[in-house]
Design a protein around this ligand. Structure first.
Ligand code: PEP
Ligand code: MN
Length: 276
């Protein structure tokens, strides 16, 4: 038993019925119904994002993802469209009646995000940007906090605590793989983090099999495993033409692969008592 399990943090689960459900524009994250978030890694045009939104919504996704401020390893890679990307995502979310999620990199853009974005994502690289976490904690926006690729579960939960301590209790945790000795996959999906987090905290837990694997054909099996392990939702990079995506094409699903994932997810969800 780890010593942080029974500590009385704001994130701590009190009993088996203590589950936080975060409602955003009619989508209940952390409820019995799985939340599927899908969309491109990065928004690079209105038209492509619009077509992707229509398709993924039709197939059962309820939240539209899309990066506008991208944390790229190389400064020479496409950095995202910035605020104009947020405008596009906002407009398309309204058009298709879907809440939207996008990653914030700096508190400088916080007001812009608050006006246009329904769920603010904190990426793996910013999980311990404590100043940013505190500022997000002073808003009432749902925050999807990704686990840092070199962070423990305890550090992950304490970062959630930074947000909640300031007053914002709307935190969704996202396991997106950690760095290990393995090099075949982009990261190693820490599947045990899902039941561990569900035991320790009442917060919703979603899994990102796209960044966890870095490989399109691994996304479906990892997504199924995540739901079987108790995840409350998934966030999946999807594009009408992944080869045209300016970011992460090799891990991005086509609409056909997303369709097949959703088909195979249904019996797994049922087996663990969830709906989609
Ligand atoms: C993303 O979701 O676009 C992303 C950059 O993910 P991560 O922070 O997990 O690398
Ligand atoms: Mn990506």
């Amino acid at each position: 038993m780890k010593n942080f399990e029974y500590q009385n943090y704001i994130y701590s689960r009190k009993d088996e019925n203590d589950n936080t459900v975060i409602s955003v524009k009619g989508v209940d994250i952390g409820s019995n119904k799985l939340t599927i978030m899908a969309g491109p890694c990065v928004i690079d045009s209105y038209d492509a994002t619009d077509k992707i939104a229509a398709k993924v919504k039709d197939l059962g996704a309820s939240v539209l993802r899309g990066g506008a401020f991208k944390p790229r390893t190389s400064p020479y890679s496409f950095q995202g469209m910035g605020t104009s990307g947020l405008d596009i995502l906002h407009d398309i979310g309204n058009k298709h009646n879907m809440p939207v999620i996008s990653e914030i990199m700096s508190a400088d853009e916080l007001d812009y995000f608050i006006e246009r974005i329904d769920i603010i994502q904190v990426g793996a690289r910013n999980m311990q940007n404590f100043d940013l976490l505190k500022k997000l904690g002073r808003t009432n926006k749902p925050i999807l906090l990704k686990r840092g690729f070199a962070n423990t579960i305890e550090e992950f939960l304490l970062s959630a605590e930074y947000i909640m301590k300031e007053g914002n209790k709307n935190v969704i945790l996202c396991e997106r793989g950690i760095r290990t000795y393995e090099t075949f996959t982009r990261n190693t999906l820490d599947i045990s983090a899902v039941p561990v987090l569900k035991r320790l905290t009442h917060l919703p837990v979603v899994v990102d099999p796209s960044h966890a694997s870095g490989i399109y054909w691994l996304v479906k099996p990892l997504a199924l495993a995540a739901v079987a392990a108790g995840a409350d939702g998934l966030i999946i990079e999807t594009h009408i033409n992944p080869r045209e995506s300016s970011c992460d094409p090799e891990q991005t699903l086509t609409i056909e692969s997303f369709t097949s994932l959703m088909d195979e997810l249904l019996p797994v969800a049922k087996a663990v008592g969830r709906t989609i």
